[in-house]
Ligand binder design. Structure first.
Ligand SMILES: Cc1cc2nc3c(=O)[nH]c(=O)nc-3n(C[C@H](O)[C@H](O)[C@H](O)COP(=O)(O)O)c2cc1C
Length: 171
């Protein structure tokens, strides 16, 4: 039995995404007893529709909520687009409002972008509205200079920052 179940969500759908690579880097640091999974179905979550947000929502939404419910910790790692939260990530979070899926859930927020402060602040506000328990957050500007073309993290400060995040996760 794993002693911790971690569910990681990348806000980027891009192949070769820096945010995916950060999540893979963190996954590589997890001890064997941690069950760590990166969500691969963000693009499949349908547009939020309050009329469908009833006792039988779309199956992808049910699965997404269950993955959060079964996780001890959720990690969200996302870029910023046009000074905001990527639409598909915000869309997925909107599906968790009525179900209270994130209430009291331990969440780690990492925003890795060119600048990223607007999306980071916006997500902290959204997670507050969802009553999530944000246990760590890390803003990573200039991300494209901190990861090489093979997806390896080449910046020592970022490695240190992720190490601090990891310590919090494993506490
Ligand atoms: C359409 C678009 C809009 C963007 N807007 C912003 C922005 O407003 N602020 C910012 O910091 N970065 C912005 N970026 C840069 C991304 O945050 C950056 O490319 C990041 O590496 C993307 O994450 P990914 O590598 O995980 O896909 C934008 C990128 C795209 C493609």
């Amino acid at each position: 039995m794993p002693n911790k179940n971690i569910f990681a969500i990348s806000g980027s759908l891009r192949s070769g995404s820096s945010n995916h690579n950060i999540l893979r880097f963190l996954g590589g640091l997890m001890p064997a007893e941690v069950d760590y999974a990166i969500y691969e179905d963000l693009a499949q979550i349908p547009p939020f529709e309050p009329g469908l947000d009833n006792e039988s929502p779309p199956q992808t939404v049910i699965d997404f909520r269950n993955k959060i419910t079964n996780a001890d910790i959720v990690i969200i790692c996302t870029p910023e687009y046009a000074f905001g939260v990527p639409g598909q990530l915000k869309n997925a979070l909107d599906w968790t409002v009525s179900s209270s899926t994130l209430v009291d859930k331990q969440v780690v927020l990492i925003t890795a972008a060119s600048v990223g402060d607007s999306a980071h602040a916006s997500l902290l506000k959204t997670l507050g509205a969802l009553s999530a328990n944000v246990i760590a957050d890390l803003l990573v500007p200039f991300i494209r200079a901190k990861i090489d073309s093979d997806g390896h993290i080449i910046n020592d400060d970022l490695k240190v920052g992720l190490g601090v995040v990891l310590d919090t996760i494993l506490k």
